[in-house]
Design a protein around this ligand. Sequence first.
Ligand code: GLY
Length: 368
Amino acid sequence: MASKLTVNKDRENQYDILLEGDFGALPAALRILGMEGRKAVIVTDDQVGGHYAEQLKESLEGFFSGLFVVTFPAGEPNKNLDTVTAILRSFVEYKLNRHDVVLALGGGVVGDVAGFCAAVYMRGIDVVQIPTSLLAMVDSSIGGKTGVDLDAYKNMVGAFKMPRLVYINTSVLKTLDGRQFASGMAEVMKYGLIMDASFYEWIITHLYEIRERREDCLSEMIEQCCICKQKIVERDPLEKGDRALLNFGHTIGHAIEKFKNFELLHGECVALGSVAAAYISWKKDKLSMDEYYEIRDMFVPFGLPISIEDIDAQEILKLTHSDKKALDEKSIRFVLLKRVGKAYIDTKVTEEEILAGIAEIEYREDNE
Ligand code: GLY
């Protein structure tokens, strides 16, 4: 079921999010943007590229005056400035000029890296986001955040670079591995938890269809997430306020991601961070005990972790302070829940409360 949303309608940085079942509608969408006859580079990673770069190229046969593919090794550890330099060198080699186009084909890492390359090459060229992971479809491809990690700091170097188009081909989810799919579900549930209680209920009632990846159901779910994300980024494009609510589960989540050396997927860490944040919300008398346990247990049927072994709570606490968001603030802006569907920012979460949240997700036999 094809559908279209328009972000920033009739304003600066207007772009469409197209939800389609294949790549067939892409040339027409790019034509409307005046991209026919330009040069383009598909930036992808060595996992997604193997599956979809050829298919994408075929669907764009004859559309661009030159179409190239640049591939980098998959994974968060490659989301760095060395990868950016290598990609920018290929742009030069292919003689891209400021009218040419980057097609970001892949998951969150590809979207961030390719988007950043497009933001800085010749002070900015067009980028089209073509997300292939559930996480990228529902979150990272929308709203223009791009960038790479720097040493221990995640997303430390980056730019806001609005895409000209987000093209979601939901059929690629068929080949997405189970862990990656689950990882995306953590971000899907986040929207329900922070801003849309009825969507949260919808997720619960469609649990089986979602797990079976029924196409209609996934399209509806992705569209709903895109609508939530659209609302937030239109209201607060540069994260001066409400957009920070999207960081629910990310403060402790990012810290665990770094502590575990990126062995866990982003969404798995977000699930753990969400459980910890919901626990802190309960302890601060925002959520009831029943609400907390219901939230925690909803991650399980989607294959997401709610506890983790071999962690060092003090180290993780320290890492929450090396989050880039903590650097420009006096205190951590922690996203907590008032109830399902309503998040708020709390700047008064103490170290003890954070440690208690981490203890809650630490796997011990007596803690299960
Ligand atoms: N992924 C969070 C944001 O776009 O703000």
